[in-house]
Design a binder for this molecule. Structure first.
Ligand SMILES: [Zn+2]
Length: 211
C-alpha cells in the first residue's frame, strides 16, 4: 500500500515535489532519523519532543530514534549522541548476537574507534557477507563472533552492514563446544582443545587484532 502526499525534501525545503511514499519507508518506532527527516503528517500524530511541524508535515529536529505513541497519537525523537552515530561507509566493530537463514543480527560496539556505551543494532543480509556465494549464514558467521564490518545504510530500524571485503569479517571467534579461542588455519578456524573445525567469513587479519 502506498500513500500520496506532497513532501518537501528535508534538506532543501524550497523544492517541493509529489513523491509517492511507500508505507514501508515510513519511519517506525525505533527508526534512526536525522534532523529534517520526514516523520509523517499532522493528521497522523502531534509533534512531540525532538520534532517540529511545518506546513502540516512533521520532521525530526534532532538525531535519534523515533518513538510513536499510538494511543496519544504523538511522535517523539529520542536523541542519541551524534558523534557516535554510525554513518554510511564507516568501519565498525560488532558482536554477532543472532543468526537466521538470511540475516545476521549484531550489536555495534565501536564506531570510528569510539566504544559505545549503548550499542546500535545492525543487520547483515546473507548477500552482503561475502563476495562469494554463501549458502547458509551459519557457514560464515556465528553468534558470539566479533566482526569488522562496513555500514552500507544507516537509516531505518537496523543499521545495514556488509562484510564482503578482504579485511572485513570475523576477527575473533571462540569454539562453540569449549569456548577456547579458535585458531586460523588457511580458510578455516580450528579449536586446538576439541579439534572442532569451523568455517567463517574471516577477515584477513584474523587472530592478529587487539580488541
Ligand atoms: Zn573447542
Amino acid at each position: 500500500m502506498s500513500i500520496e502526499i506532497w513532501e518537501s525534501s528535508p534538506r532543501d525545503k524550497k523544492s517541493y515535489g509529489a513523491i509517492k511514499l511507500q508505507e514501508l519507508n515510513k519511519p517506525k518506532t525505533g527508526s534512526l532519523v536525522l534532523p529534517g527527516d520526514w516523520l509523517g503528517v499532522i493528521e497522523e500524530f502531534t509533534p512531540g519532543e525532538g520534532t517540529y511541524e511545518e506546513n502540516g508535515i512533521v520532521y525530526a529536529s534532532s538525531i535519534g530514534r523515533v518513538l510513536i505513541d499510538n494511543i496519544e497519537k504523538r511522535v517523539k525523537v529520542i536523541p542519541i549522541e551524534a558523534r557516535a552515530l554510525p554513518r554510511k561507509g564507516d568501519i565498525v566493530l560488532a558482536k554477532v548476537t543472532q543468526i537466521n537463514k538470511m540475516l545476521t543480527f549484531v550489536d555495534i560496539a565501536r564506531v570510528r574507534g569510539q566504544n559505545l556505551a549503548n550499542p546500535f543494532s545492525g543487520v547483515i543480509h546473507i548477500s552482503q557477507i561475502s563476495t562469494g556465494y554463501v549458502e547458509n549464514t551459519s557457514d560464515a558467521l556465528k553468534p558470539g563472533d566479533i566482526i569488522r564490518a562496513r555500514v552500507v545504510e544507516e537509516k531505518g530500524e537496523l543499521i545495514q552492514l556488509t562484510t564482503a571485503e578482504k579485511n572485513l569479517g570475523v576477527i575473533y571467534a571462540t569454539c562453540s563446544n569449549c569456548g577456547a579461542e579458535l585458531e586460523r588455519r588457511g580458510n578455516f578456524l580450528y579449536c586446538n582443545d576439541c579439534e572442532e573445525k569451523g568455517t567463517r567469513k574471516i577477515a584477513s587479519d584474523y587472530g592478529k587484532v587487539k580488541i
